[in-house]
Design a binder for this molecule. Structure first.
Ligand code: SAH
Ligand code: SF4
Ligand code: F3S
Length: 477
């Protein structure tokens, strides 16, 4: 693994260099297409979080720029897996699918296979691929994704496996091509990396230190997106509440939200993820006062036990968390609160788990992602004694899931009969007479409608709550 890049050039110069590589790759692709008498196809498959989803849009942007067309599935000429390593099963999925890919490659001699993303930042993974998955042509990591055009050129010109992984970077490269998955909504990175080192979590090791983008670059990107038809954006970062602290001219996340709220034509602003330790009163006020900011807060709890939270290195306790929820609800009564919870952290006792159940009962989350603790080699929690036996964890997990589901369907019921704004996102996959959209609080609504409604906000009567979604009827568009 390289410690850092070898030659240091500025972000702007790097953008130019990468466009040169795109030009070169386009020539290689055109030549191959002429030889084959058909287009070359690509398939980018994304594992993991919104951050990875946004990265994949950057990969697709470059692939299309150099002439590849979207393939139907992994029987394509260039297949990339953008991987996640937050839990063990994320890794296993990738190994499983690589088995299939090697068979596809035997039937398609021009096929190239690339792996990138968080999993590739782990030495053991790269070693395993080198040894057991020789079908892979290119491996790169999270820090040099902006060099994809260059790596693509090298891969197209070579028959041996190319591996380029860096330990970290301090560079942010702007203005490379991006192809959005949705026409009307988009993720926008506001920062990269994480400095928090929660004791169970691998992310700071594979995503590097926290780096914030300049507000002017963020605003310019969003203005461009709006001009291109986007009406909803999701500001992305592992801990958006610490945005801007390390910039030359520091700015808070609350200030950034207010600036983004001023952008004309933008309709909805979402953000992910807020760390409870950094959730300020200013931010709560900004959510309350900025009309475009959705009344939805994803506030990961992880555990309700103050003792466990301390060992997790989360820097807040149960009381502080509950106080934050009270404050949020006092200022923004209709705010939807969602969370992440880990069950079976090393040393978690029945009493600790009861504390988690207690917080869930008190907060009454609109929805919650529940995870079974997964041991990540290299994190402090992996070497802690008292890993919890599988059967105990499973039993707790089932109890938690039941409670979470009861509460969220109860909460969803409360909106039945109301008329609420819905941003229409797509045609319904099962029933062509319906469109599917989301409420401000992120819940899904299906209602009769046509293609032209996509990207618009309609007033919809929520006629029937079906547990996790609603069936509705348009009142006005
Ligand atoms: N930065 C975000 C979370 C990123 S990871 C935050 O701090 O909120 C998304 C979620 O995965 C985490 O909130 C956590 O609940 C879960 N997670 C992370 N590491 C895990 C592990 N080792 N085992 C199980 N779940 C984990
Ligand atoms: Fe992981 Fe904690 Fe950073 Fe979130 S804040 S990415 S859970 S280390
Ligand atoms: Fe996974 Fe990396 Fe996101 S480990 S959760 S894809 S930051």
């Amino acid at each position: 693994m390289r410690d850092f890049e070898v030659v240091t050039v500025s972000g702007e110069e790097e953008t130019k260099i990468q466009y040169e590589y795109m030009k070169k790759a386009r020539e290689i692709v055109a030549k191959k297409e002429a030889e084959l008498g058909r287009n070359l196809t690509y398939c980018v498959h994304t594992f993991g979080c919104q951050m990875n989803a946004r990265d994949s849009e950057k990969l697709v942007g470059i692939l299309e720029q150099v002439g590849y067309v979207e393939g139907e599935d992994e029987h394509s000429d260039f297949v990339i897996y953008n991987t996640c390593t937050v839990r063990e099963n994320a890794n296993n999925k990738v190994y499983g699918r690589l088995g299939y890919l090697s068979n596809y490659k035997k039937k398609n001699p021009v096929m190239k296979i690339a792996l990138c993303g968080c999993m590739m930042q782990e030495n053991v993974v790269v070693e395993k691929i080198k040894k057991s998955y020789r079908c892979v042509d290119l491996i790169f990591g999270t820090h040099n994704i902006y060099k994809f055009a260059e790596l693509l050129c090298r891969t197209l010109e070579s028959d041996s496996m190319i591996i380029d992984i860096w330990k970290d970077t301090d560079k942010i490269v702007e203005d490379l091509p991006i192809k959005r998955k949705f026409s009307f909504k988009s993720g926008v990175n506001i920062m990269f990396g994480c400095n928090n080192f929660c004791s169970y979590c691998i992310v700071p090791y594979v995503r590097g230190r926290e780096r914030s983008r300049e507000p002017k670059d963020i605003i310019r990107e969003i203005e461009g997106l709006v001009a291109d038809g986007v009406c909803e954006i999701m500001l992305l970062g592992q801990n958006v509440n610490s945005y801007g602290k390390n910039l030359e001219n520091p700015i808070s996340f609350a200030e950034l939200l207010c600036a983004v709220n001023e952008i004309e034509g933008l309709k909805r602003i979402r953000f992910m993820t807020s760390h409870p330790k950094d959730l300020s009163d200013d931010l709560i006020a900004a959510i309350r006062d900025c009309d475009k900011v959705c009344h939805h807060m994803h506030l990961p709890l992880q555990s309700g036990s103050s003792r466990v939270l301390q060992v997790m290195n989360r820097h807040y306790d149960k009381e502080h968390y509950l106080k934050l929820v009270d404050k949020l609800r006092a200022e923004i009564p209709d705010i939807a609160i969602t969370t992440d919870i880990i069950v079976g952290f090393p040393g978690e006792t029945e009493e600790d788990f009861e504390e988690t159940m207690d917080v869930v009962s008190r907060v009454r989350y609109d929805s919650a992602f529940t995870f079974i603790y997964s041991k990540r080699t290299g994190t402090p929690a992996a070497s802690m004694e008292e890993q919890i036996p599988e059967d105990v964890v499973k039993e707790r997990f089932d109890r938690l899931l039941k409670l979470v589901q009861e509460i969220s369907s109860d909460k969803a019921m409360q909106l039945e009969g109301r008329i609420m704004p819905v941003l229409v996102e797509e045609m319904n996959e099962q029933d062509a007479s319906l469109v599917t959209g989301r409420l401000d609080n992120n819940s899904v609504v299906h209602f009769p409608g046509t293609q032209d409604l996509i990207g618009t906000i309609c007033q919809v009567k929520l006629k029937e709550c079906k547990g996790f979604y609603y069936l509705g009827e348009i009142v006005e568009s």
